[in-house]
Write a protein that binds this ligand. Structure first.
Ligand code: GLU
Length: 309
């Protein structure tokens, strides 16, 4: 039976209290500005498909979206660009490598999936070609729609910190250019990619994003019928860095984590979950975000591959 909003709120409170005890992980600092985050911030938000919100903790605290931007960037391309062009640029298979690795890219000669840096940079290039000078405005409008808010801001400090230190992303983009997978100038593509990563969000926004994907196109957010199916499938297989298999087993619904400690999850036909907690595991996912979703999944019986009698 579907829980009432009050029952859901109680579960969120219990999960918050239990996941708070997880003390592992470290705040990422390879982008120097991210290293300044307070490791104690922790918020969980659930958004049901009617837009009802249940939350606990620091759910209004803003942080940069980082890799969760890849979900929205990919959805935006699926909605606005030629599907064949997308398929030719980027595969949809897990890499088995870190999110910013270029080892296999050199051999494979195209990105493995849109949830790792190489794939997202290639998709960003398509959007830059599609919208030209208006690319930032057009894509942020789409971001605002999926996040359910009108007033998006970019954290300029994080953006500058990433642009000035992100030599590996530059190497990735140059490799993509070498393989003729970027039509635009490397610096322009990296700038748009880093701006997308520096969009400020809250756990509530990430819960709304998850819920919007969970509605599978309801409420007129998507114009192409299979956009959500594409996005959720790739989140399921590639969304949780190199931990996606373990996540599928432990939690069992599509999600995407970001290096600043954010996590969005989408339970098709049920709800979205947003979590923020900066300490991340060795692969890049929020430790408390993982624990919270494992508990939410088991308490509410949300694992997609559990047979229901
Ligand atoms: N902006 C980050 C990068 O490109 C995103 C990484 C992440 O969140 O996984 O390295």
């Amino acid at each position: 039976m579907k829980p009432t909003p009050e029952e859901l709120q109680q579960i969120v409170d219990e999960v918050y209290a239990a996941a708070r005890k997880e003390s592992g992980g470290e705040v990422a600092s390879y982008i120097p500005e991210l290293g300044k985050a307070d490791a104690n911030h922790f918020g969980i938000s659930i958004c049901d498909l009617d837009g009802g919100l249940m939350h606990a903790g620091d759910t209004d605290h803003p942080f940069t979206i980082q890799s969760i931007s890849k979900v929205i960037t990919y959805a935006c391309a699926l909605e606005t660009c030629d599907r064949e062009a997308i398929d030719q640029r980027v595969d949809i298979e897990p890499t088995g490598e870190d999110f910013d690795s270029i080892i296999k890219l050199d051999r494979h000669q195209r990105p493995f999936n849109p949830m790792v840096n190489a794939g997202a940079i290639a998709i960003t290039d398509l959007l830059l070609s599609r919208f030209g000078k208006n690319a930032l405005g057009a894509t942020l409008e789409f971001y605002a729609r999926l996040l359910g808010r009108a007033d998006l801001e970019i954290d300029e400090k994080v953006f500058n910190s990433e642009v000035s230190t992100g030599k590996k992303n530059l190497a990735t983009a140059n490799l993509l250019k070498h393989f003729s997978l970027l039509d635009n100038e490397v610096d322009d593509v990296i700038e748009l990619y880093c701006r997308h990563c520096s969009v400020l969000v809250t756990a509530v926004d990430l819960a709304r994003l998850g819920a919007n994907l969970a509605r599978a196109g309801g409420h007129g957010l998507f114009s192409r019928p299979d956009t959500c199916r594409h996005v959720l499938s790739v989140m399921m297989t590639c969304g949780m860095y190199n931990d996606a298999g373990q996540w599928a087993l432990d939690v069992g619904y599509p999600a995407k984590s970001g290096i600043s400690g954010g996590m969005t999850a989408s339970v098709p036909g049920r709800m979205g979950v947003g979590v923020f907690s900066p300490p991340v595991n060795e692969l890049g996912s929020s430790v408390r975000g993982w624990a919270a979703n494992r508990l939410i999944s088991s308490k509410l019986g949300l694992h997609l591959f559990t047979c229901k009698e």
